[in-house]
Write a protein that binds this ligand. Structure first.
Ligand code: BGC
Length: 365
């Protein structure tokens, strides 16, 4: 990941018309879109590791495709790699002119991308980079910054609690998701110096296969047992894993005492923050991600190539992949209201039952 160029407002370029579009002159393998009616295929990864895929990504992608008047087919592989490949095959045979994937791992992702390419279908890595892959574009957030915000958020919450030499446990994301690696690079950049200096103590660490929340809870329970309950902070890589840790802390009457991080600003994560059980989350404006990817996919489907103005180095394939990387935002209790104001989560969904009063206190009207 090339750092330093990542805060460029690439989407600004895209939507303000600072994009250059030109015909695809790269040969015959990706220009099938030019003489066919555009149709975009999207494969989402699952519906359990995070509510975002079905609640946000599908909704915003659909809206963008409808607005542009292009045909589309959005399907979910439900964390099944065979299913992922079957869906891709069906989409390719069904005549998609561009395919957007959120891979379940780089191996199957690469197989799907390469096959699409060989059939003249243009491809986009959506949210997760396929290592060694061949996608024309990668559209995501700056995922190292996401991790950095998690590390900084956790540090602030630990300082607020006044814990000396806190023991920090890690619940990392899926070992097969390149984003999980980037998130960890980000939070390590903040926390490792503190472990090294003795300011913090590194507690147990586990990567959670497929971001499975139930496994996350089991792993965290083992960590708590193994340390005799001595965990002072939890770096959980997303809201689902954060909630898994919180459910175990609740059983041990430790919720609210031990800061836990998250990511995605989903309803449950925001409610946990309002209740004081979760320290922070990271808000990623999925609408921007979906809009940027849809614009590129529509261009590709028409045989055009748009300039994104930045690239990401694929560490495995060595390619500089043309990319859009959006900027994530740190959310504490004080600015949960910003996520509502942005229309990502509605007050009706967030401020139910016991959360109504907490919403009012947090200025959510
Ligand atoms: C995404 C996160 C999501 C996680 C689990 C990651 O690749 O960037 O937003 O929480 O996958 O689905």
């Amino acid at each position: 990941m090339r750092r330093g160029i990542l805060t460029i407002a690439t989407v600004g370029l895209l939507v303000t018309g600072g994009v250059t579009a030109c015909g695809d002159d790269s040969g015959s393998d990706n220009d099938a879109g030019s003489d066919k009616k555009p149709k975009i295929g999207v494969i989402l990864p699952d519906s359990k590791s995070s509510g975002r895929w079905e609640n946000a990504d599908r909704k915003f992608l659909e809206a963008a495709f409808k607005k542009a008047g292009v045909d589309y087919d959005i399907q979910n592989a439900q964390d099944d790699k065979n299913q992922f490949q079957t869906i891709a095959d069906q989409m390719i045979t069904g005549g998609v002119t561009a395919l957007m994937i959120v891979n379940l791992d780089s191996g199957t992702g690469k197989a799907v991308l390469d096959k699409a390419k060989s059939q003249g279908v243009a491809t986009i890595d959506y949210d997760r980079l396929t290592l060694g892959g061949s996608a024309e574009y990668y559209v995501s957030f700056d995922n190292e910054v996401v991790g950095k915000l998690q590390g900084e958020g956790l540090s602030k919450c630990l300082t607020d609690k006044g814990v000396k030499k806190p023991v920090v446990a890690y619940l990392n994301g899926s070992p097969t998701d390149n984003n999980a690696t980037l998130f960890k690079n980000g939070y390590d950049s903040v926390l490792k110096p503190k472990f090294d200096s003795g300011e913090y103590v590194k507690g147990p660490e586990q990567s959670v296969p497929a971001w499975d929340n139930a496994q996350g809870a089991t792993l965290f329970e083992q960590m708590l047992t193994q340390t005799g309950g001595k965990i002072d902070g939890v770096l959980a890589a997303n809201d689902g894993l954060g909630n898994a840790a919180i459910s175990v802390l609740k059983k041990n009457k430790l919720n609210g005492k031990v800061p836990v991080t998250g990511q995605d600003a989903d309803v449950q994560g925001l409610q946990n923050i309002l209740a004081g059980d979760q320290c922070m989350t990271v808000y990623k404006a999925i609408k921007q991600e979906a809009d940027a990817a849809a614009e590129l996919a529509i261009g590709l489907a028409k045989g055009e190539r748009k300039e994104t103005g930045q690239t990401v180095k694929d560490p495995e394939g060595g390619r500089d992949v043309p990319s859009v990387l959006l900027t994530p935002k740190l959310i504490f209790k004080e600015n949960v209201k910003d996520v509502v104001a942005d229309g990502f989560v509605t007050k009706e969904a967030l401020c139910t039952a016991e959360y109504a009063k907490l919403c009012t206190e947090a200025g959510i009207s």
